[in-house]
Write a protein that binds this ligand. Sequence first.
Ligand SMILES: [Zn+2]
Length: 272
Amino acid sequence: MPELPEVEVIKNMIKPFLKGKKINYSIVRNKKLRYIIPDDIITIKNQKILNIKRRGRYILLILFNNTIIIHLGMTGKLSIINNQNIFSYDKHDHIDLIISKNIILRYTDIRRFGFWLWEKKNYEKNIFLKKLGLEPLKNKFNNLYLYNFTKKKNISIKILIMDNKIVTGIGNIYANESLFLSKILPIRISNTLSLKEITILVKKIKYILYKSIKCGGSTINNYKLPNNNNGTYSKYFFVYGRQNKLCKICKKKIIKIIQRNRSTFFCNKCQI
Ligand SMILES: [Zn+2]
């Protein structure tokens, strides 16, 4: 599943092809994604894309009065088709936005857990987006902000930093990795963490997200970038997916447990 760094990389890759351009029309081959594709997207004509943004794991195509909100789900992929085979497609290519005779924004999704929404109001008021907490890379997400939540909560720190209502877009990979670099056990109860530990954690979350964006994200399973390249951040993983392998720092075995149905990885020597 694409997490925040991957979605940021995808947004940055498609933006130069789309910003300021018009969507001439769309071709929707399969309406049944996680939610039925709205008619406004099916019948779209001559709408200028003013900007392309990311909020959490959502990609936003900002139009004059409306916004197209795209969530990639598990296997959703956006690509820019700008070669001569512009009208060839395969069975998982569900949506094309036709920009010009040379450029198509194509949405491909094998498992169809992704979705496209049409928002007529300010996109920040959208039913999905309005629930989102702070963006982790914004300055407002700082040690005092996070500490204000951790000191009051009696849940494990990993569950807390993955709560989208507090901070959005820290998925399982980046939660595990940032806790390792902060030397904090994922199962620590959040109100046992000091402000000093939270200060380090916030720093490491930002560091890891920036580093992953620079690497094009981390490619696991069948997620691919719009240019069909793979992100390379996974080679820097210290704990994620490394159960029973040796810790890169202390050589003890990495442990895997399940927390709220998600895999948690840690080194019980390096992390306390
Ligand atoms: Zn270790």
